[in-house]
Write a protein that binds this ligand. Structure first.
Ligand SMILES: Cc1cc2nc3c(=O)[nH]c(=O)nc-3n(C[C@H](O)[C@H](O)[C@H](O)COP(=O)(O)OP(=O)(O)OC[C@H]3O[C@@H](n4cnc5c(N)ncnc54)[C@H](O)[C@@H]3O)c2cc1C
Length: 414
């Protein structure tokens, strides 16, 4: 028998997937001195392209702390729009918001901002630049993980071009259809919502003053998220068939449909750039770990974007897993051992399940036009609005600053 073929490269950790969760993971580990490879199937130039992902992300206060901790907030601060207030109301087509609403204000929590709106392409750009400047970070893109042989002492990752890489731990950040989760036989609970989120950017005549608006229309939530300049990003959930038809409309008819929902509160509006459609669903993996494998971000869980929390959960996964790895390394322990991975899983499961079920419940409660239900939820919103302690609790949860927080979320070094 001949000797096994030589491995091409060796790192402490290999991250499969260079989406926003995978790249943050790579930056966190590299900043703490661990040699890390991130493997991404898209070319880096594509990730930066305006036509690749027209979304913005509402970044909670806790996630801003993580971005600061991994060294990208300085580059992002000037491109971030602070969310000064959030207004949530029921609405109907052409009639605008109900007079019973919930209003969250940064002053209620004594903070400069409730969070920030960032364009995904700006986040990706800052991550790619920081990765290029780091000696410990190795981005292999375009390249795909084709398979992984996970043994008791380490992992051998095979790329689609035949290269083989050794590591102590493999992190799957390979998105909602995670090939690594499927290959590990990890089952998942999955619900496909009969909704598509239509996403586009609009420029408007009047300033938004940093107010994010979530309007609950009968077929799904319609969010207007304040961007830099007089622009807002629209996340407009519609029933699947109708959404497909709306996405196919010509520019004039699309603008008319948009205006019927957007209303006139920001004056005349104009669509900027392309429109995008994202099918919506819920997914939760039954386990986040397997031998020398940890799932993070959408490889582990997908939630409805109704409150803009999906990436925030993924970033909290990053902070908890990075801390588990770094603590183990400092103690001279095996960073890919079952104990380290179990700590990560225990840490993240409750927060992720709670957020997924809350978002599912909210979407079901609000995506309909049943009279008594509409009245009950309007009264509910108005009631929470008048209960400062409950309101503050919801705000702090949305800001990502309650529970057992990892060091990066607390603004401490890893
Ligand atoms: C309409 C909409 C609005 C949203 N708004 C918000 C918001 O405001 N705030 C918020 O917190 N969240 C929001 N989210 C959720 C957020 O966008 C996602 O949670 C986040 O983008 C997921 O990032 P990820 O890195 O986990 O996965 P992905 O972005 O899917 O990244 C996975 C990466 O893995 C790569 N890959 C896959 N397989 C392989 C392989 N075999 N080898 C190499 N690479 C591979 C892919 O190319 C991809 O780049 C929203 C979601 C939607 C749909």
């Amino acid at each position: 028998m001949g000797s096994p073929p030589k491995l091409d490269m060796s790192f402490e950790v290999v991250v499969a997937g260079g989406g926003m969760a995978g790249m943050t993971m790579g930056l966190a580990l590299a900043a703490a001195g661990g040699s890390t490879a991130v493997i991404e199937k898209q070319p880096a130039g594509t990730l930066r392209d305006a036509g690749f992902d027209g979304r913005t992300s509402a970044i909670a206060y806790g996630s801003q702390q993580i971005f600061d901790g991994v060294g990208i907030w300085k580059a992002l601060a000037a491109r971030a729009e602070p969310i000064r207030a959030i207004r949530i109301a029921d609405g109907t087509l052409n009639e605008g918001p109900s007079s019973l609403f919930l209003h969250y204000d940064r002053l209620d929590v004594d903070s400069d901002a409730l969070g920030y709106i960032l364009e995904n392409r700006d986040i990706r750009d800052a991550q790619l630049s920081a990765a290029a400047a780091s000696e410990a970070f190795h981005l292999l893109a375009p390249a795909s993980v084709a398979g992984a042989d996970r043994g008791p002492g380490g992992v051998e990752v095979t790329l689609d071009d035949g290269r083989r890489i050794a590591a102590r731990l493999l992190i799957a950040a390979d998105g909602k259809n995670s090939p690594l989760r499927l290959a590990a036989g990890i089952r998942a609970t999955r619900i496909d919502y009969p909704q598509i989120a239509i996403v586009c950017t609009v420029a408007h005549a009047r300033p938004h003053d940093g107010v994010a608006v979530e309007l609950f229309l009968p077929s799904g939530p319609f969010a207007m998220l304040p961007m830099t300049g007089q622009r807002s990003n629209i996340v407009w959930s519609e029933r699947t068939e109708l959404a497909r038809n709306i996405l196919a409309l010509d520019d004039g008819a699309f603008l008319d449909e948009l205006q019927r929902r957007f209303g006139n509160w920001l004056g005349e509006i104009r669509v900027e750039g392309p429109r995008f459609g994202f099918p919506l669903g819920l997914m939760h993996a039954e386990r986040y770990t397997d031998r020398r494998l940890a799932l993070i971000g959408e490889a582990a869980h997908i939630i409805h974007p109704i409150a803009g929390q999906g990436l925030n959960l993924g970033l909290r996964d990053v902070a908890a897993l990075a801390e588990s790895i770094v603590d183990a390394r400092r103690l001279g322990l095996d960073i890919g051992s079952g104990e380290v991975l179990a700590r990560y899983e225990r840490w993240r499961r409750f927060d992720n399940v709670l957020m997924a079920t809350s978002m599912d419940g909210l979407n079901r409660l609000f995506s309909n036009d049943i009279g008594p239900l509409r009245l009950a939820r309007d009264l509910g919103l108005a009631a929470v609005n008048r209960m400062p302690p409950l309101k503050r609790f919801f705000m702090r949860h949305a800001m990502g600053v309650i529970g057992d927080l990892p060091r990066l979320v607390r603004g401490e070094p890893l």
